[in-house]
Design a binder for this molecule. Structure first.
Ligand code: CA
Length: 230
């Protein structure tokens, strides 16, 4: 399943794939900016929010003027899997300069360190990391999931890969340290028992951060885990 996301920073591609499935995910070619108001599926729109916006914005429309988002969606990176078979070994890849500060961290949604507001609660799913997801996020302001202590060494924009389960497309907002940075409609996972993932680009402060998922008016996905890299 392939979706298109809006991002003003250059990458306009998002795709989604079942975890561990054959390499069926496809990516759309990157589109040049500036963005032209071509209609896109509402189920795949990442919408920029003005800084400090306290409430969920109206549903996006193709004619909506997009401010530069603080957060954005980038290509989904599936779990490691063998590449397509080759008739001969691939030549060694050219050495790429290592990031100045390699970084990787993972956080389970169901961690007791997190804040599970309102009706949200961890429930078992065999396909989920650590066997649990946080369900019943959204459909009211109290039902939020807040990852606490998401710690990074330097301020900047990080890749945040979000694993979730949602048998239908569902929207949710992302708040960093209490401030709304983006809203995303998470594409449907294969079913209500299979994990999917999208990778977001989110701005984080040095030290501990909170990353909150919420939807004050409709149900959000069930969240499994987040993985940070840069
Ligand atoms: Ca989990």
């Amino acid at each position: 399943m392939t979706i298109i996301a809006l991002a003003a920073t250059g990458v306009l591609v998002a795709s989604i794939s079942r975890i561990g499935s054959p390499a069926t995910s496809a990516q759309l070619p990157a589109l040049p900016l500036p963005w032209s108001p071509t209609p896109v599926p509402a189920s795949a729109a990442a919408v920029a929010l003005p800084p400090g916006s306290p409430t969920r914005p109206p549903d996006p429309t193709p004619s909506r003027s997009l401010a530069r988002p603080e957060g954005s969606v980038t290509s989904f990176v599936p779990a490691a899997r063998p590449s397509a078979s080759r008739s001969s070994p691939a030549p060694p890849a050219a050495a790429e300069p290592a990031p100045a500060t390699p970084f990787r961290a993972s956080y389970e949604a169901e961690s007791q360190r997190n804040v599970l507001g309102g009706q949200t609660r961890p429930l078992p799913r065999d396909d989920a990391s650590a066997g649990l997801v946080v369900r019943f996020v959204g459909n009211g302001p109290d039902n939020f999931l807040r990852f606490v202590g998401v710690t990074v060494p330097e301020p900047g924009t990080y890749n945040v890969r979000v694993q979730y389960i949602s048998g239908e497309p569902r929207p949710a907002m992302v708040l960093i340290n209490g401030r709304a940075v983006m809203s995303l409609v998470y594409p449907a996972s294969p079913d209500w028992y299979t994990v999917a993932a999208v990778t977001l680009r989110l701005p984080l402060d040095a030290g501990p951060n909170t990353i909150e998922f919420r939807n004050d008016t409709a149900w959000a996905p069930d969240f499994d885990r987040i993985d940070l890299t840069r």
